[in-house]
Ligand binder design. Structure first.
Ligand SMILES: Nc1ncnc2c1ncn2[C@@H]1O[C@H](COP(=O)(O)OP(=O)(O)O)[C@@H](O)[C@H]1O
Ligand SMILES: [Mg+2]
Length: 258
């Protein structure tokens, strides 16, 4: 697998009124094309900072970030799309019009963007909701629209920062299944942030556990097993224990800091 994303020795310090905060310290990683790579670690360990850097929204103090061999210098909406925990939909646009939004920014003609967005609604499970406004949709459906908006612009890379973090557990499980299906159809390269061990293990080709702040990559778990995964199997239960033991200490450290 070629490395589509390369992060080399990246550090980041924020200057705040109460002094500097070292968010990331010497982080290096790479993500191959078509991977579903998950970052997991305690709150405040720099996960969003790292995604922000990949999306060109945050600059690194040291090191470098390459996407497809080229340095990241600011947002590049043709190459990288980001989905956040809050769907961030436009309330005055229908689901379909929200999915179309990125194409509109790219200057795609009206008919063409309508056709692209309409075709996406089927696999997104949104066909019956095309004309609904965000306030008429459940949280899960709103996140589908947000992910649809990212898919419509057809970037090679989608960054997802706790996209299901605000959903209840059952909706979240269903959204995980849904996302797995979408990802397997589209073969996008996904960098995903979650606090859910289940999501990390059910969805990822690779999981990177981060330390408490300043965030570093503590451990990398390769998950080559096929999908859908039998989450109750002895293998997955053992992996869950391994993952949790890596995260638990870091979460305790992060808690103690507060
Ligand atoms: N713009 C900012 N200014 C100052 N501090 C920030 C800023 N963004 C993040 N931080 C701090 O940097 C650390 C890492 O934040 P973040 O990347 O959001 O972590 P995570 O997403 O893992 O919770 C936290 O301590 C956070 O408070
Ligand atoms: Mg975050």
């Amino acid at each position: 697998m070629s490395d589509l994303i390369v992060v080399e020795s990246v550090s980041k310090r924020y200057v705040t009124s109460s002094g500097p905060i070292e968010a990331l310290h010497d982080v290096s990683l790479s993500v191959g094309a078509g991977e579903f790579c998950t970052l997991i670690g305690p709150s405040g360990c720099g996960k969003s900072t790292l995604l922000g850097m990949l999306g060109g929204l945050v600059t690194a103090d040291t090191g470098r970030l390459l996407v497809d061999g080229r340095p990241v210098n600011g947002p590049d909406p043709g190459r990288v799309a980001t989905v956040f925990q809050d769907a961030g939909l436009f309330p005055w646009r229908t689901a379909l019009e929200n999915v179309e939004f990125g194409l509109e920014l790219q200057g795609v003609p009206r008919e063409r963007r309508r056709a692209v967005a309409t075709e996406l609604l089927g696999p997104l499970g949104l066909r019956d909701f095309a004309e609904k406004y965000p306030r008429e949709l459940s949280g899960g459906l709103r996140q589908r629209v947000a992910i649809g908006r990212a898919l419509a612009i057809d970037t090679q890379i989608i960054l997802m920062d706790e996209p299901f973090g605000a959903l209840d557990e059952q909706t979240r499980l269903l959204m995980g299944e849904w996302l797995l299906d979408i990802w397997r159809r589209t073969r996008k390269t996904v960098v995903f942030v979650t606090h859910s061990l289940h999501e990390a293990l059910a969805l990822s080709t690779r999981v990177m556990v981060m330390t408490a702040r300043p965030g570093r990559i503590k451990r990398v778990l390769e998950l080559p097993m096929p999908y859908p995964r039998a989450m109750e199997s002895a293998e997955m239960v053992a992996l869950r224990a391994t993952l949790w033991s890596g995260i638990r200490d870091e979460s305790l450290r992060a808690m103690g800091e507060r």
